[in-house]
Design a protein around this ligand. Sequence first.
Ligand SMILES: NC(=O)c1ccc[n+]([C@@H]2O[C@H](COP(=O)([O-])OP(=O)(O)OC[C@H]3O[C@@H](n4cnc5c(N)ncnc54)[C@H](O)[C@@H]3O)[C@@H](O)[C@H]2O)c1
Length: 333
Amino acid sequence: MMQSAIASAERPLRVGVVGVGVMGSNHARVFAGLPGTELIGVADPDRKQAEFVARTLGCVAVSDVGELLDRDVDAITIAAPTHLHRDIALSCIARGVHVLVEKPIASSVEEGREIIGAARRAGVTLMVGHVERFNPAVEAIKDAIRGEDILSIAITRVGPFPPRMSNVGVVIDLAVHDIDLIRWFTDSDIIEVQPQLSSAVAEREDIALLQFRTASGVLAHINTNWLTPFKARNVTVATRGKYVTGDLLTRQVTECFGFQPDGSYSMRHLSVGHAEPLRSEMLAFLRAVRSGVAPAVTGEEAVASLEIATRCLSSRPTAVVPAQRKGPRAVVG
Ligand SMILES: NC(=O)c1ccc[n+]([C@@H]2O[C@H](COP(=O)([O-])OP(=O)(O)OC[C@H]3O[C@@H](n4cnc5c(N)ncnc54)[C@H](O)[C@@H]3O)[C@@H](O)[C@H]2O)c1
C-alpha cells in the first residue's frame, strides 16, 4: 500500500468528493458527519453548486479533482457523471488516493478493468457504490435466505424519468443495482441473459424486462422503467422453504414459511434496521481504507455486474414465430 495514502488510526482521514450534484452532495453531507473523518473539500466545475455545498458543510470548494488532490487527501468519492469515472479515478489512484466510485463503475467494462488494474498496482482501496447492498431491507432479505435453496428472484425498480437525463438508459442506470443484488443474493455468476428492451419516450431504453439464469440454477427477473408515475422498489425471493418479499422504500420485509400440504403457511414481518444506506456504505469504505482488507463491494464485482448489463444491451432476442398480426399499440375494443 502506498505510504502517502495510509492514515494512522489516530489521525482523521482527510477526504473529498468529486462531483457534488444529486448523489455527490449526499456523499459530502455523510462524510462531514462521520467520526474520524475530515471533509477537506468538494470539486465540481459547477462553481455555484460546489460553493453552496462547501459553505453548508464547512470545507473548501475547488473546480477539479487535481486541486483537491493537491490538498493532500487520503480518500475521495467520485460522484461525477459516469463517463468521467475512469479519468477521475485514474488521477486519484496515480496519487495513491483511495477511491469510492459511484455505480456504475465506468462507462464500459474495459474502462472498469483499467480502474481495477490501476488500483491493484498502486495498492489503494477501490470500492464501488452499489448502495442497495447497504439498504437494511436488502440486508434483512439476505439474512432471511441464508442457507435456503433459492429458486427464483423477482425485482421491480420503476419510477418517473429522472429530472436530468444522463447519457445512459434504464439498464445501466437502474438495472445494474439489481444485477448486483442477484449476484450477491445467490453468490453465483449470471450465465444466461434474456433481455426485452424498448425506448418508448427516451432515445435510450426506458423500459426493460430482463431475465437471467445463474450458474447455481436460480431464475431471476428484473422489471425496470422510467414510465411509472411513482417510485417502486420491490424484491421477492422464492426458496424451497420460504417466500420472502421486501419493499426497499418502506423497508417492510415479510417471509412466508412452514408450507403445509393443505396450502396453509405461516407469515411474519422481519425486523429491519434504520441505518442510512449511504452512511453504512461510506463507513464500510473507510473501514477498508483503514484496515487494507477487501472492501464490501469490489471493483471486480462491479465490473461483473456492468458486464451483464452491457450484455443485456447487446443481446438480440430471436423471433420464434413469424408475426401474423401486428395490431395497433392502442387496442380498440
Ligand atoms: N448509488 C446510487 O443509487 C446512485 C444514484 C444516483 C446517481 N448515482 C451515480 O452517481 C453519479 C452522479 O450522478 P448524479 O445523479 O449525482 O448526477 P448529477 O448530474 O446530479 O451530478 C454530477 C455532478 O458532477 C459534476 N461534474 C461534471 N463534470 C465534472 C468533473 N470533471 N469533475 C467533477 N465534477 C464534475 C456536475 O457539475 C454535477 O454537479 C453517476 O455515476 C450515477 O450513476 C448513483
